[in-house]
Design a binder for this molecule. Sequence first.
Ligand code: TEU
Length: 576
Amino acid sequence: RHQRVWWKEAVFYQVYPASFKDSNGDGWGDIPGLLERIPYIASLGVDVVWLSPMFESPQIDMGYDISNYEAVDPSYGTVEDVEKLIKACHDHDLKLILDLVVNHTSDQHAWFKESRSSKDNPKRDWYFWKPPRYDENGNRLPPTNYRSYFAGGTWTWDEHTQEYYLHLYDKSQPDLNWENEECRKAIYDSAMRFWLDKGIDGFRVDTVNKYSKHIDFPQAPITDPSTFIQPAAQFWCNGPRIHEFIKEMNSEVLSKYRTYDGQELVTVGELSLTPDPEGVLPYVSAEAKELSMVFQFDITHVGQGSGFLDKYDFAEWKLPEMKRIVEKWQTFIDGTDGWTTVFNENHDNGRSICRFADESPQWREKSAKMLAMWLTTVTGTLFLYQGQEIGMINAPKEWSIDEYKDVESKNFWAEAVKMTEDGTDPTREERIKYGLQLMARDHARLPFQWDSSKNSGFSDGEPWMRTHDLYKDINAEAQEKEADSVLSFYKRLLRLRKEHKDVFVYGNFELLDADNENTFVFRKQYQHKTALVALNFTSTAQNAPSHEDMNLLMSSYSKTSPETLQPYEGKIYINY
Ligand code: TEU
C-alpha cells in the first residue's frame, strides 16, 4: 500500500540537550553528557536521535532563538563535540537529525543586528520592518493588531530606526523575511549546508508552515473586543508562497545530500494550526517533494482551551474525542502517497501519563505501559521524547509556579495574575495555574532521571530546573534491572513493532466502538494479517472486546483474564 522507506519504519528519540545529561557540573546538560549516553539510547531499540537546538543562543526560548547557526552554544560544548556526536551515533547504527529553526533568529544574530542598524542596510529587508500607525489622538500603534504565541503582540518598536519589526514568538525572536532571495540563500548555507556537510542525516523543521506570510499584513478581525491584540494566524500561517519555499529548500539543499548510509535524508516539519487533512497532504505527499512527514498537533491540544489565547485554560475532554483525532491522522494517508507521524509528547507539552491517563502511584506504571501500547501499534513514524520510556511524569503540583522557567509559561502566568488583579477575569489565576500544572512546556524539561543519586544522576551541580521529587521511584537505572519495568516494556514493544512492522507500521487502521468513553479499541490490518489492540483508559475493569480466532500477543499485566481489561490494561491480539 505505502512504499516502504527507512524513515517510515524508524523510531525517533528526541533529546532536549539542556535536560538530558550534564558532564561538567554546571547544571546544564551538554553534548559530552549526551555522548556518554549514546549506548543507552541505542539500547532502547530506536533508530534516529533528534537533537533539539544546541546552537549559539541567548536561551530566551531555550535555543529556539539562535544567534549563530554555525556555532554551538558554549554551555553545550563545541562544534567538535557535535562532530564526535555524529560519529558516535553512526557507530551505534543511529542516525542524527538537528533542529532547523529558520522562521526567526535571535535578535542577537549578526543578521538582525545589521538589519536593525539602519533603514538602508543591505540586510534591512531580511526581516519585516514597518512604520507605525497612529490613532485619532496621535498615539502610536503597531502596524497590525496580531497576537503573538507567547502572549502580547507581534510587533516591537525599535527606537533606533523608528520602525516596528515582526515576531510571531518572543520579541527577541524576529521573523526572517523569506520573500528576500538573498536571505533564503543565507539560510540554506548557514543553517543547513553547514551541518549537512558534517554528515547529519536530516532535520526536524521548526514552525515549517510560517515562512510565507500575507505580506500586505491586513488587520485581524476583532474577535475579542476586550483587548487590542487578536488571533491572526490566517495572515501568517500557510501563506501564499509556502509550498514554493519548501520545494526550493528541498530541491536546492535537501535533495543534494544522503544519509551516512547512503539513503534519502529525512525531514519532519512542525505543522501547527493546520487542522484539515487537505491542508497537510501537500506538505507530505511524496510526489510534492517537500517534507518526509510532519507533526500535526490535535493530539497535544486535547485539554487545551480554544485558540492560543486560552491554551492553558483547561477544557474538559472525553475519550471519544481523542480517539477520533487518532483516527483522523491514521486514515488521512489512506489511498495517498503521504505519510504520518505518531507521538504524544515533546518538549512543548506536559507528560502524557498526566494528560491522558493517571499519574497516581497506584496507576502510573500501568498507565505508561498502556500508552506505550497505543503508540507502538499505530501506523506512521513513531517519535518518543526523552524520559517517556521510563514513564517520567509532570512536576509535582505542590511546586510553586516560580519553579517554571519557560517564557511561554511565565508570560501566560503574568497575564493571568494581572487579569485576576484588575478584575477582568477574577478566577483566571486559579484556572491558568491548573492548566500550567497539567500542560506547561516546563514538565518535559525537568532533568532526565538517570538513577537514585543526587539530582537523579543528571548533574553534580545545581540543575537549571529542579529535579523531580520522585526520581528515586522513577529512574532509568532501577528500571534497567527490572524485567517488568516501563523501560523493559518499551524495549519489548519496540522489538515487536519491528517484528510485525507490516501490520503495525504500515497497516490499515480501523477504530472500533468509537463512542465508548472508557476503552480505546482498534484493528490494524495488513493483507491477511490482523491485530486488535484494546486499551483501558480508566481505573476500573472494563469488558475486553470479542476476539475469536485471535491470540493474545501481549498484555501489560502479567496475569490476564480473557473477558476483562483490568484498570489501565492494554492488550494486543493477533491472528497469526
Ligand atoms: O514551536 C512552535 C509552535 O508554534 C507551537 O507548535 C508550540 O506548541 C509552541 O509551544 C507554542 O505554544 C516551536 C518549538 O517547538 C518551540 O519550543 C519554540 O518555542 C517555538 O517553535 C519558537 O521557535
